[in-house]
Design a protein around this ligand. Structure first.
Ligand code: 5GP
Ligand code: 5GP
Ligand code: 5GP
Length: 210
């Protein structure tokens, strides 16, 4: 029996709150050369994963990131997948890292153009900020419980997220990244087969401004 090889079990769709990247104790941030991003969640990546919690990476050095394959997506990439790392860049370094490390591990299902297009479309589907705001959870420096945050996202998306926290410069736990799971086609959200382990949150979690 022949079968197409598909060397992963599901994806994590990972989105980051820019206020918490920029406000963290570890790193400062740099706005992209295209200017300060919108006060919205941005894409970090779409990461192939195994059901046992491990994951493949850097799967195909012969298929490096090639920006010319996604020229039609660049306007949307700059808006929805902005880089906040220093030094400032227009984003290719971040996108290239994400494709080379993660995207090449799902290339049997999504070629480079489909990988970025699919990830952009998943971000639109999840409307994280809207889900949170609808539940009265606003990025204004207020504090919320982990349960409130998870319930709001579950209410909005239909699926249970994993929340990763980091700390601001005063040591407050804050909402940093949201993980949702996606089937191997990249089309549908699913309940996570396994949750990531890291990103411990405090009992009260700050949602900082950006
Ligand atoms: P950190 O150690 O900061 O959590 O993660 C460092 C990098 O490892 C992430 O940016 C991501 O590329 C990768 N990574 C961390 N956890 C996971 C995971 O559960 N699944 C996958 N596919 N990659 C991960
Ligand atoms: P990961 O390996 O965890 O998928 O990606 C993290 C890498 O992407 C790091 O090398 C980090 O410096 C780079 N990077 C560039 N821009 C960003 C950003 O806006 N957020 C995060 N988390 N990493 C970024
Ligand atoms: P439970 O499975 O009882 O919901 O949670 C077990 C432990 O994992 C508790 O310490 C809880 O605070 C933590 N936890 C549950 N959900 C999340 C999450 O989305 N993110 C983080 N960082 N911890 C969580």
């Amino acid at each position: 029996v022949l079968c197409v090889s598909q060397d992963f079990d599901f994806f994590y769709l990972v989105q980051q709150w820019p206020g918490s990247y920029c406000d963290s104790d570890k790193s400062s941030c740099c706005y992209p050369t295209t200017g300060k991003p919108a006060a919205d969640f941005g894409i970090h990546g779409l990461w192939p994963n195994y059901n046992d919690g491990s994951y493949p990476q850097n799967c195909d050095p012969d298929n490096p990131f090639n920006e010319s394959e996604i020229s039609d997506l660049l306007t949307s990439m700059k808006k929805n997948w902005p880089t906040l790392a220093c030094p400032s860049s227009s984003g290719e370094t971040f996108w290239s890292h994400e494709w080379d490390k993660h995207g090449t591990c799902s290339e049997s299902v999504l070629d480079q153009h489909s990988y970025f297009e699919t990830t952009l479309s998943l971000k639109q589907q999840t409307s994280l900020l809207q889900s949170l705001k609808s539940a009265g959870i606003n990025p204004d420096g207020s504090f919320y419980s982990l349960e409130e945050i998870k319930d709001a996202i579950k209410q909005g998306t239909g699926y249970t997220p994993w929340i990763e926290c980091n700390e601001d410069s005063s040591g407050n736990s804050q909402l940093y990244q949201v993980y949702l799971c996606v089937d191997t086609s990249g089309s549908n959200l699913i309940e996570c087969p396994v949750f990531p382990k890291g990103g411990k949150c405090g009992s009260q979690i700050e949602f900082p401004t950006f």
